[in-house]
Write a protein that binds this ligand. Sequence first.
Ligand code: SF4
Ligand code: SF4
Length: 80
Amino acid sequence: MSKDWYPVINYIECTECGTCIDMCRHGVYDKSKAPSPLVIFPEGCIKGCKGCGNLCPSNAIKYLGDIENNCNCNCKSCCE
Ligand code: SF4
Ligand code: SF4
């Protein structure tokens, strides 16, 4: 994952509704794994876009690059 902005899924919160996968037109998610969100092409994500995260009913999507300390662990104690 070379880009500095792409979605990071909190799989504990995710209910696998598939909304994020349907929303993205940039090939970021693996559609063959729908409705489970799997990021396979982070380079396709548009910097600053929060389209999928804004539609997530579980608020389970954050963005690398939007997390102040760039921590990617999804642990609630340090990232929220
Ligand atoms: S933030 Fe935008 S471009 Fe990136 S995965 Fe979500 S919908 Fe696609
Ligand atoms: S929109 Fe949110 S709850 Fe639905 S599959 Fe994506 S991450 Fe999971």
